[in-house]
Every structure is written in structure tokens, then in C-alpha cells.
Design a protein around this ligand. Sequence first.
Ligand code: S3P
Length: 427
Amino acid sequence: MEKRLKPADHSLHGEIDVPGDKSISHRAVMFGAMAQGVTRVRHFLDGEDCMRTVKAFQSLGVSIDKNGDELHIDGKGILALKEPAEKLYFGNSGTTARLMLGVLSGLPFTTHAYGDPSLTKRPMDRVMKPLKQMGARVEGIDSGEYLPLSIIGQPLKAIDYTLPVKSAQVKSAVLLAGLHAEGKTTVTESSLTRNHTETMLKAFGASIESNGLTTTITSEKSLIATDVHVPGDISSAAFFLVAAAIVPGSKLTLRRVGLNDTRTGILDVLQKMGVYITIENEKEIGGERFGDLTVEAGKLTSVIIEGDIIPRLIDEIPILALLATQAEGTTIIRDAEELRVKETDRISAVTTVLNGFGASIEATEDGMVIHGKTSLRGGKAASYHDHRIAMMSAIASLITEKDVIIDDISSIAISYPSFFEDLNRIK
Ligand code: S3P
């Protein structure tokens, strides 16, 4: 579905209640479905990716009802999960695919799983390598490197694994397999990635401990149901944080945004670049901190984004690249080679789209060099069927000279179905 967007003719003002966090919503469904008892999930993200996880567990025999943005999961425990009658379809969702491989590997039946053309090209061997060390068996073309895959459930044994990639999905898959493996499973990472799995598994009664970069989990017969309140997704809020930062005179408030330290790299970078951000009404529920963010435009300067901060803002790099086009000086992004294996190659997509608008960006192997400040003309933009690329172009349209025409906006429903309603409310 094509969309034409006009530049903003005044500054942006108002409030947005951003939808629930995608990573936390996936995990709430998974752990609720594996727990004994009823789990209620509030402010669940009703996006396509999270619904893949809901449908996967419904196929495994779990009763899950949705009422608006609230889920009611009637869990009967991990051992009650049943062999699905049909193949599981994971759509575009990397989180569903990687975490489900961890769940399914130790269950006593065979599951067949597949995804859409984008997910089919994304590496699964990073998950299968440690899972195979635990005793998992998969069959598929290319020796199980990509979907479609058949997972032939096996009894698993614990491992001690050092992650070769900075990936919360791989870490989570190993921990979830560890939940029904014999012994103590330990995972060590080189930079801290999002820790929602660790935090939420603890709330569901798992024996899990983190110490710095190392997490240990002991096998558990069953999790115990608990209600989950999902904070707003900082990765969705990011689009409006940047919108306020690039349209002069703007001031926006984003309500109940998740502020877990492993996700707030974008706030550190925005403040370094000269954007004013205040946080109010901070609270913590289920180990996850959240609060209201008010953002105001300031004079923007370039930054270097590298090292340990990268996993703390990996999904925000496309929108940060747009911001950097409006900052004085050269912004350098490095150590972000993971962007090449996201829903699309985001280094290449961001560079092509923003340079097409008139920006001056050089793509590097592991990031981008962005020369600012450049004015943006607008024009046609491909979405590459990637929600975050489509939303980046839509936010760019606020400051372009001419209209922006995005070839296909349907992917936005993956993480932010109400994106255009929110954009229209503040524009
Ligand atoms: C996610 C982890 C990140 C992130 C993705 C969601 C998760 O992926 O990019 O959008 O929910 O665990 P990687 O673990 O592949 O870095």
C-alpha cells in the first residue's frame, strides 16, 4: 500500500501513548503459555509479529484470548504443550522464530516451522549452534541454517555458552532451552543486550540469576503464572522523539515508555546531540521501569555511536541516522554489523533511502558515516518491507521540501499499527 506524506507546516505538539513493547509482549505470551495458571497481559502490542507468537502457542494447544490490548492466557505448564496439527508460521518475526527454537527443541514432539521471504533469509544457525550442543535436532535445507526447519524435540542437557554475537534473541533461546534441560545452563555475552527474558522469567518463578554479563538458569518443571504490564515500546517512541528533535519549536510527551537500561541508548545519544529530554512519573512493575518522556528540539550536533551502546539502541539506528542528517558535523556509527541481518540490510536501506532524499551518507561494513547538516528534498522511498525503514521515511517527510511517497507501508503493522493515527494527532 503506497502512501504520500506532506511536509509539516508547523511545529509538533501533543501527547502520545505509544503501543506496548514488542520484545516484552512476545515474552509475556511465551512465558504465560508455558506457566501454570492464568496470566493477564495488559497493554499487549497487537502487532503482526506478536500475533505470530500468540498463534504459535494456540497451535501448541494453549488457550489465549485477546480483548483490545489485553490478553488472557490459560497456561497448563510446559509439559502440557501439544504437537501442533499444522506447520507453525512465524511471518516476519525474528523474535518468534529464534525464541521458539529454544522452546521447541526440548519438547517431546516434532514441529515444522517457516517464515515469510525476509525471515527465510535471516540466520538461524546462530541459535541452532548452541541448541545442537545441548542435544537439539533440526532438519532443513542448508543444514538447518535457515527456515523452513523441522525441530525434532529431544531431551536436552545444560551448556556453558559464550555468545559470539551480541544478540538477545540468541541469549534468550539458550535460556529457554535451559529451562527444560538437565542441569544448569550458563550464557555469557560480551556486551549487555536487552534483558527482558531474564527479568520476566524471574517474575514467572524461574531459578535464574544474572551477574554482570553472565546468566545462569536451572531447569524448572513449570513456571508460575503472573500478570504482566507491558510498558510502551521505546523503539516505537524513538520515531516521535526524533520527530520532535528535527521539527523546530516542537515539544512532545510520550506516555509510559519502557526505560529498561538495556534499551535506553537512544536517550543517551539524543541528549549528547543536544535534544532536551525530561522524564516524569517513573515507576517499576515486574522489574521493568517506565516513565513519561518530554522531548524538545535543540541545536543538533554530531556524535560517534559505537561499542557497548550499540545493542542498547540497535533497532533505533535507522531513525538516528535521519536525526544525524540534521546535525552539524559528521556522525559516525560503527560496530553495528548486526544491522545487515535485520528485516532487511538496514545499513544499505537507510543509506539508499536518505541519500535518495538528498542526504550525504556513506555506508561502511559495520555502520554509516553521515555528513550533516543536509536539507532533504523528499520524493520516492522504498520500504524494503521493513517497518522501521517505512517509519523512518514517514518521519523524514516532516522536514522534506516536497512530499514523500513510500512504496508500501503495510509492514508498519508489524510493530506500530496505530503509527499514522499518532502522527496525524501531533502534525
Ligand atoms: C529482540 C532482539 C534484537 C532486536 C529485535 C528484538 C528481542 O535482535 O533487534 O528487534 O526481542 O530479543 P537480536 O537479538 O537479533 O539483536
